[in-house]
Ligand binder design. Structure first.
Ligand code: GRF
Length: 200
């Protein structure tokens, strides 16, 4: 069973989807901590309702990224977090967190990367008038929505598609795909492979 932390900045609907998958037994993990950089984010309410501890910080109260990420690392260690799941966390991960968790941080992005990285991927896709966009889950490196791709799923953009309708379709895909991909990742992790060879 993996101990994970979810990082979010907003509504937290992906955080909720992951929590629901854990509660219905389809994802074998435990959310030890929600990390959030927005004190009014709805994700915090969701964590409270589920009795999941929260670490909420305000970036501008720190000297720099290194300072707040050091505090995040301290919290993650305190809770025994082994793996970080970014779910709408609107900050670039810096060297401090990467050093501790590289290869163990994943992100979800609402486009078929490398198309439309960064902010407002849905608006970018609509503005480009593409017929297909989608969802990407990838490992996190120092870049903005770069890092090895783990899974992608396409979403068709119909004529007359609005931002709201496309966002709805993309989020529906995200909520199913993210828990499934996490389960696959966790069930094939090196630790478990080692465990399996030692007991069989
Ligand atoms: C998702 O669309 C995700 O792809 C992007 O930010 C959004 C977060 O939504 N990185 P929510 O907070 O999980 O509802």
């Amino acid at each position: 069973m993996k101990n994970i932390a979810v990082f979010a900045s907003g509504s937290g609907s992906n955080f909720q989807a992951i929590l629901d998958a854990i509660n219905n037994g389809s994802l074998k993990a435990k959310i030890k901590l929600l990390v959030c950089d927005q004190k009014n984010a709805y994700a915090i309410e969701r964590a409270k309702a589920a009795q999941i501890p929260q670490f909420v910080f305000t970036a501008k109260n720190y000297l720099n990224k290194e300072e707040y990420e050091n505090e995040i690392v301290h919290e993650l260690k305190k809770y025994g977090v082994e793996f970080i799941v970014l779910a709408g966390y609107m900050r670039l991960i810096g060297p401090t967190l990467l050093k501790e968790y590289e290869g163990r941080i994943v992100n979800i992005h609402p486009s078929l990367l490398p198309a439309f990285p960064g902010k407002d991927a849905i608006g970018q896709a609509l503005a480009a008038r593409v017929k297909v966009s989608g969802v990407t889950i990838h490992f996190v490196d120092e870049g903005m929505d770069t890092g090895p791709i783990i899974a992608q799923q396409a979403v068709t953009i119909e004529d007359g598609e609005t931002r709201e309708s496309l966002q709805r379709k993309i989020q529906a895909v995200e909520h199913k795909l993210y828990p499934e991909v996490l389960q696959k990742l966790f069930s094939t992790s090196k630790e478990e492979e080692k465990w399996e060879t030692s007991v069989h």
